[in-house]
Design a protein around this ligand. Structure first.
Ligand SMILES: [Zn+2]
Length: 111
């Protein structure tokens, strides 16, 4: 069975040199779990190597896939909403969590 993970918030960082902001970490929520889980992007990429999938969910319940891509600017792998799913929902409009690992109450962490 494929594990699917719903991303509920993101952490971004500026690259050095500060040419663009990238997603550095995400928080996922298991509906059955009490707490959210923080994943660095490296951990997300490792999970994708194990065929785990990530998505975000729009208020209407539709799901947008998250994909990995190699950035043209820095040649690093980042994650983003699948280019075919950005009309459904987009990672960039999720709440931004603070950088330090801690419990997330989304909607209060918008920066
Ligand atoms: Zn980049």
């Amino acid at each position: 069975m494929t594990t699917v993970n719903r991303i509920v918030s993101t952490e971004t960082r500026r690259t050095r040199p500060a040419t663009h902001a990238v997603i550095a970490a995400v928080w996922t929520r298991d509906e059955a779990a009490v707490t959210d889980r923080r994943w660095t992007v490296a951990t997300v990429l490792q999970a994708m190597n194990r065929a785990e999938r990530f998505y975000t969910q729009a208020p209407n319940g539709r799901q947008a896939r998250v994909q990995r891509y190699t950035c043209a600017e820095c040649r690093q792998e980042h994650i983003r909403t699948h280019v075919s799913d950005t009309a459904i929902h987009d990672l960039t409009i999720l709440p931004h969590a603070a950088g330090a690992p801690r419990a997330v109450v989304d909607s209060t962490l918008r920066v």
